[in-house]
Ligand binder design. Sequence first.
Ligand code: UDP
Length: 238
Amino acid sequence: MSEPTNQKILHEGKAKVAFYTDDPNQVLLYYKDDATAFNGKKKGTIEGKGYYNNAITEILFKLLEEKGVPTQFISRPAEREMIVHFLNMIPLEVVVRNVAAGSISRRLGIPEGTVLKHPTLEFFYKDDDLDDPMVNEYHIHNLMDISDADLKTIGDMTLKVNEIVRPYLLERGIKLIDFKLEFGYDKDGKILLGDELSPDSCRFWDAKTDEKMDKDRFRRDMGRVEEFYAEVLKRLQA
Ligand code: UDP
């Protein structure tokens, strides 16, 4: 399935293209199969990823809406397309970790697979030139205009997403190791969950075997990448 060609591009990211629609408050997201890692230094394709990530994000965003977390989701008109509220994005990646993996293991020497005492919240400044450095609240106030209250809101929303999605996935045989969220302001200044929630932006491990079911398979050249993206969707649809 190809990208919409008759619409003007608002923004092209690594995994999605955002198009203008006839409604100034709505954006069409097109989910690509392009995969990147290490801030774009590794490039490839994961066949079907656009479809899997779009469908997985729809399921999880609808679940979050039901449980009182406002998201950008409006509809999914096609396999790789999602209509969302236009958001003024906050340039932060908000991460919650339940189990150590990836950068926390590298940075703090906590072995991968160690269950953390508490869900652990981290902020990263979204800036490719700087390689998305980790920042604290003090750094953030020097980098952007955001109130203490809004910063607390996005931290609390991310912890709430963890409380909703973690048990939901576990019931479906998937451990939520960690994940990254992005937020933005809608036309009324309300903070909504943006971007996606998918095997690209989360670490998912099989609950029985600890087999990786996420983008680490691509990052680490583990093979069978498509198979596990498809398996995540299958378990959520079951
Ligand atoms: N993550 C992401 N985009 C990024 C960096 C991280 O979606 O640009 C996700 C990643 O998939 C994982 C979580 O955020 O689920 C924590 O990633 P980490 O800081 O461990 O970074 P990594 O080891 O992937 O470099």
